[in-house]
Design a binder for this molecule. Structure first.
Ligand code: PBG
Length: 323
């Protein structure tokens, strides 16, 4: 049927009609909120992250309190990043049973009903800032797997529901699954940062988490932004190794990758709207160039492209109804 019988504008007539006709909807449970916990902070004095306006580094007590407030507003999941006081070559604080993340996870599980996810990586914990063990200026793959497995196990012991390896070493998902299963943690979920690009959009995070590499860059392990077929291979391998959920990161500049991953594998799929995406939108809003509606659009685009879960610093704003 053609015009004038067919009129596309009929279904756009009012906010109510537009709402029931919406093909994509954002729900509170779609969101995972990334939070930073820092060792040595005083309670009641969260540190503002200058590169990410509105985001903070928290002490364990403040982290749990803030997360509890967000849970009351409908949040389901948090992703915890730790900042230790001490760093060394091997990132040993990352697998310390009483490390900052392990403490935070224990308290979070005791005091909230939130799903707790933890980032598994070494870069915040190593003196050189790389995501693996370094020898003669090289980031060693196979040696790193033991460390990542130890970190994942220590998080599982603390009670994390989901471990999320973000290092991009080959074979890490399989190594981690094996270690978790050998120790009886069959039910610990692995959400792998499967297609993680070597992106300049992580810059604000590296300031936030003090994790910038001390030399070189991450291009020998994170993916080349030019590639999509390679992303499909990465995702396929992670699924074969036992990933329960796969992730594409960053989100907005890689929506084509996200869609291809969802269409090809039909797996539970997450997308990470990273620090640079957050800060860019936030700066635009603060300058008055765009409004919060642009954030809503950005989140819709991520969901439309195929994300079941969205890791976003905008989660609190969404829950508060600001976007
Ligand atoms: C650790 C890690 C990074 C991010 C999540 N986990 C930084 C990086 O790889 O350099 C980025 C998160 C963000 O930008 O919000 N490897």
């Amino acid at each position: 049927m053609e015009f004038p019988v067919t009129r596309m504008r009929r279904l756009r007539k009012s906010p109510q009609i537009r709402n029931i006709m919406s093909e994509t909807k954002l729900n509170p449970e779609d969101f995972i909120y990334p939070m930073y916990v820092k060792e040595g902070l005083f309670d009641g004095y969260p540190e503002h992250i200058n590169t990410m306006p509105g985001q903070y580094r928290y002490s364990v007590n403040d982290l749990v309190k803030k997360a509890g407030e967000l849970e009351d507003m409908g949040l389901s999941s948090v992703m915890i990043f730790g900042l230790p006081l001490e760093k060394d070559e091997k990132g040993s604080e990352a697998y310390n049973k009483d490390g900052i993340v392990q403490q935070a996870v224990r308290r979070m599980k005791e005091e909230t009903n939130l799903i707790v996810m933890t980032d598994i990586c070494m870069c915040q914990y190593t003196s050189h800032g790389h995501c693996g063990v370094v020898k003669n200026g090289k980031i060693l793959n196979d040696e790193t797997l033991n460390y990542l497995s130890k970190i994942a196990l220590s998080h599982a012991e603390a009670g994390t529901d989901v471990v999320a390896p973000s290092d991009m070493m080959d074979g890490r998902v399989g190594a981690m699954r094996k270690t978790l299963d050998l120790n009886g943690y069959y039910d610990t979920i692995i959400m792998s940062y499967a297609a993680k690009y070597a992106s300049s959009f992580y810059a604000p995070f590296r300031e936030a988490a003090c994790s910038a590499p001390g030399f070189g860059d991450r291009k020998t392990y994170q993916m080349n932004p030019a590639n999509i077929l390679e992303a499909l291979r990465e995702v396929e391998l992670d699924i074969e190794e036992g990933a329960d959920v796969v992730m594409v990161k960053p989100a907005m500049p890689y929506l084509d990758v996200l869609k291809a991953v969802k269409d090809e594998f039909k797996m539970p799929t997450a997308a990470y709207q990273v620090s640079g995406e957050y800060s860019m939108l936030k700066a635009g809003i603060d300058a008055g160039y765009i409004t919060e509606e642009s954030v809503y659009e950005s989140l819709l685009s991520i969901k439309r492209a195929g994300a079941d879960l969205i890791i976003s610093y905008f989660a609190p704003d969404f829950l508060e109804g600001k976007i």
